[in-house]
Design a protein around this ligand. Structure first.
Ligand code: SF4
Length: 120
């Protein structure tokens, strides 16, 4: 099976043609560098995404804290991860980079604060 995807590893945005066999990457064309092959393999065999959202904060100068995953997590877990995060309520103060939820869904990836929120 052939599929076209766009490499987003750099602003060039090369259009890749990937060939899959039994769910595994067989070949890649259209890439300008090796990163395109790595991107295609990851995207076809273990697609991952960064997750960014907000979490409620009690007693803070702002009611919501922007948070993100420390690194990409499996794309298939994004919805479940959002459901888990939606149930959180943090207590201010929170510092930039604080871990607000460690090892989310046993992915080995933490959810961290993307900005500070001071106590009121
Ligand atoms: S294949 Fe290489 S040059 Fe092309 S978008 Fe990906 S990283 Fe950039």
């Amino acid at each position: 099976m052939k599929k076209k995807i766009t490499c987003v590893s750099c602003p060039s945005g090369c259009e890749l043609t990937v060939t899959l066999e039994g769910g595994k990457l067989k070949s890649v064309s259209g890439n300008t560098c090796k990163k395109g092959i790595e991107y295609a393999k990851s995207e076809m065999e273990d697609p991952r995404r960064m997750l960014t959202t907000t979490v409620k904060v009690a007693n803070g100068t702002q009611p919501l804290l922007p948070v993100r995953t420390r690194s990409p997590i499996p794309k298939a877990l994004l919805k479940k991860c959002m459901d888990t995060i939606n149930g959180l309520v943090l207590e201010a103060p929170v510092e930039l980079g604080d871990t607000v939820l460690p090892d989310v869904l046993q992915t080995g990836v933490d959810i961290i604060a993307a900005r500070p929120v001071q106590h009121i």
